[in-house]
Design a protein around this ligand. Structure first.
Ligand SMILES: NC(=O)C1=CN([C@@H]2O[C@H](COP(=O)(O)OP(=O)(O)OC[C@H]3O[C@@H](n4cnc5c(N)ncnc54)[C@H](O)[C@@H]3O)[C@@H](O)[C@H]2O)C=CC1
Ligand SMILES: O=C(CO)COP(=O)(O)O
Length: 384
């Protein structure tokens, strides 16, 4: 445990503090400072102060913006240690330093935590090429994927491809505002092969109120976090249409089946057990009841699809970003390219509703032969 120097309180401190240092300790940088990115910084900052092998300072990259009062967001964060725009009223920790300069944020870092909305990751990675420590390790907390001409690419893979470093993932039933309030929750680290890397990430994130388990199924964990956002959009439609709990539970069950089917078709190594971890069924439940995707989809359905998702996102989320609508579009590209549309009717329908090609009411109106085959598994004796 390092005692934090009082001079740092309320002032933050600057990159020259790092100059010439080679402490042999891990140094954590967080790339992203939205709602969850800020909570991620709080979690690792707590652990940085309590673990001798981690340097105290946690640098957090902020996509700079000017607030209504004319102040820069980074200046306000460094003054008050609160991200007033994306996580108001929560102290991030005296050792969190907001930095608008991406390159400076990762300079000297040995552990990189990626947490931005998924649509920005590739351009961030391009800016970071050749700028990160080649021995660093990364973890992605980002729920989403990219679709390239030759197929879908998970973001952990994209990060590894651009930066040449190992990338694990951390997903779970983690509504940011609840974790920020230190309410008990769980998360899952998905790692590739090296258990020492998995242990480092568990150490960096786990706290008494945030339990982290690691499993060797990076694609399974990442696909759970990615695909549940599409199901959450469907759950929001059900809420907006005024349908009841049974309907929502049915949509969640069908959605879970499609998550499992889609994940296993893409990566046959994905394990069934992964869906029972926090990243799987628990995240599906929390997002379908309390998430932003659900909230905006509910408003979309309530308005009969007459107001766009972009408009409702801007109105309801105050700068925070939805992932589910983009992900539904990305999943749909895969379904089209592989002729899988009939295997995943819920995913396909969510996309068609979100782009206005179908009315929200069709969320419960997609039973075709293929869907019946997929959702009613004869091997467990279910008929009808
Ligand atoms: N908020 C939550 O409860 C949780 C979110 N996640 C995932 O974490 C990831 C990040 O989400 P949040 O931290 O909640 O972000 P957010 O939804 O609060 O997004 C806003 C962030 O995007 C940044 N931004 C806006 N335009 C940008 C640009 N052009 N380039 C780069 N950054 C830009 C903003 O500065 C801000 O930091 C997402 O994939 C999300 O699904 C995962 C678990 C929980
Ligand atoms: O991923 C989340 C909880 O684990 C948050 O989901 P939303 O983006 O829908 O709020």
């Amino acid at each position: 445990m390092t005692t934090w120097a009082p001079f740092a309180i309320g002032h933050g401190y600057h990159s020259d503090v790092r100059a010439g240092e080679n402490t042999g300790k891990e140094r954590i940088a967080v790339i992203g400072s939205g709602n969850w990115g800020s909570v991620a910084a709080k979690l690792v900052a707590t652990n940085a102060l309590s673990h001798e092998n981690i340097h105290d300072e946690v640098r957090m990259w902020v996509f700079e913006e000017t607030l209504a009062n004319g102040e820069k967001l980074t200046q306000v964060i460094n003054k008050n240690k609160i991200n007033v725009k994306y996580l108001p009223n929560v102290n991030l920790g005296v050792n969190v330093v907001a930095d608008p300069n991406l390159e400076n944020t990762v300079k000297d870092a040995t552990m990189l935590v990626f947490c931005t909305p998924h649509q920005f990751v590739e351009s961030i990675c391009k800016q970071l090429q050749g700028k990160v420590n080649p021995n660093a390790k990364a973890i992605s907390l980002i729920k989403g994927m990219e679709v390239k001409p030759d197929g879908p690419v998970m973001l952990s893979k994209l990060i590894t491809k651009h930066l040449g470093i190992d990338c694990s993932v951390l997903m779970g039933a983690n509504i940011a505002n609840e974790v920020a309030m230190e309410q008990f929750s769980e998360a899952t680290v998905g790692y590739k092969a090296d258990t020492s890397i998995a242990k480092s990430w568990v150490q960096a994130f786990a706290t008494p109120y945030f339990h982290v388990a690691a499993i060797k199924d990076v694609e399974g964990v990442e696909l759970c976090g990615t695909l549940k956002n599409v199901v959450a959009i469907a759950a929001g439609f059900v809420d907006g249409l005024g349908m009841g709990n049974n309907t929502k539970a049915a949509i969640m069950r069908i959605g879970l089946k499609e998550m499992i089917g889609f994940s296993k078709l893409l990566f046959p190594t994905v394990s069934d057990a992964t869906f029972f971890e926090s990243c799987g069924v628990a995240d599906l439940i929390t997002t379908c009841f309390g998430g932003r995707n659900r909230k905006v989809a509910e408003a979309y359905a309530r308005n009969g699809g007459k107001r766009s998702f972009d408009e409702l996102e801007a109105e309801l989320l105050g700068g925070q970003k939805l992932q589910g609508v983009l992900t539904a579009g990305e999943v749909f590209q895969v379904l089209k390219a592989r002729n899988w549309e009939k295997k995943f009717p819920l995913f396909a329908t969510v996309h068609k509703i979100a782009i206005g090609h179908l009315p929200p009411s069709t969320i419960v109106d997609y039973d075709n032969e293929s869907a019946q085959k997929l959702h009613r598994n004869p091997s467990v004796g279910v008929i009808g």
